[in-house]
Design a protein. Structure first.
Length: 288
């Protein structure tokens, strides 16, 4: 059998890649193409771009793009801004595995379980408000859920470990000798970070920002459980869910999903394009 395949031009590497190719086609390419063609077939018939025209003519629908960006962009900036100093500190620790293991817990729990925990801790009768009111630090419960801040906190809790682990991988990939050389030449800590570490980290941080942004942009459980899905946190994924499972208009839901994907791809392409204007080079200094 192997001999016959070899005579037809199939080598061992190709045989190993075939299952991966079929896997990608079955789970990614086919669903994407199916949803794309479905979005051009409106439920009520008519113009093949009818779903897209309906979306951009209805403020209740197209406003979801801005509301999603209002959640995703600040969360991504917050997670990235916090992950850099933490990663720089962790790389100097002798045993960083314990901290990284603890930070992975929110990822393993998932968004839904984190949201349920936040309802118990940050709700009007949650432990945090009970503590603050018991010690007379506040006169009335803080409103930290069922609004914008509930979704924001949830995405920070679940997104920071992911962003931190990616950032840590780039930070530990930089040769410490480069920073030590700068210190020997008299460069202060901020100068070493700005002129040595930051240029080497920038490509990796840009990729981390893009991945974290895509993760935050696709928010759904937090927006429903901890936000106001009929108001400030009516994100675009909620609009797609409403079209598919409340209005039973799968064609419109597919169109919203395609718009969602187009916005993400457009922003990621813009960020990667801006990266080339500031720095072009290796993503790290390398070790050894």
């Amino acid at each position: 059998m192997k001999g016959a395949l070899a005579r037809k031009g199939f080598d061992g590497v190709t045989l190993l890649l075939l299952p991966a190719v079929f896997f990608v086609i079955a789970l990614f390419i086919y669903p994407f193409l199916y949803g794309l063609f479905l979005s051009f077939a409106p439920k009520d018939g008519g113009w093949w771009l009818g779903n897209y025209a309906k979306f951009f003519s209805d403020p209740f629908l197209y406003d979801t793009i801005g509301k999603t960006l209002l959640v995703a962009v600040p969360v991504t900036i917050m997670n990235l801004a916090c992950s850099v100093p933490v990663a720089l500190r962790v790389r100097l620790m002798l045993k960083p595995k314990l901290l990284t293991t603890i930070l992975v817990i929110p990822i393993t729990l998932g968004t839904v379980l984190v949201a349920e925990g936040m309802l118990n801790y940050f709700g009007p009768r949650g432990w945090l408000n009970r503590f603050l009111m018991e010690f007379h630090l506040v006169s009335e419960p803080l409103h930290l859920i069922h609004n914008y801040w509930g979704v924001f906190l949830s995405l920070v809790i679940t997104g920071f470990p992911f962003t931190f682990l990616l950032t840590l991988s780039y930070v530990t990939g930089i040769d410490p000798a480069l920073e030590q050389a700068g210190a020997m030449l008299g460069a202060r800590g901020w100068d070493r970070f700005r002129h040595i570490l930051m240029p080497l980290l920038l490509p990796g941080l840009m990729i981390t920002f893009c991945l974290s942004f895509v993760q935050a942009f696709s928010v759904f459980p937090s927006a429903v459980l901890l936000g106001a899905p009929a108001g400030i946190t009516r994100v675009i994924s909620v609009a797609a869910y409403t079209a598919a499972f409340e209005e039973y208009d799968y064609s419109m839901a597919s169109a919203i999903a395609m718009i969602m994907a187009a916005v993400q791809v457009g922003i990621v392409a813009l960020l990667l394009g801006l990266q080339s204007l500031f720095y072009s080079g290796p993503a790290g200094g390398g070790k050894g």
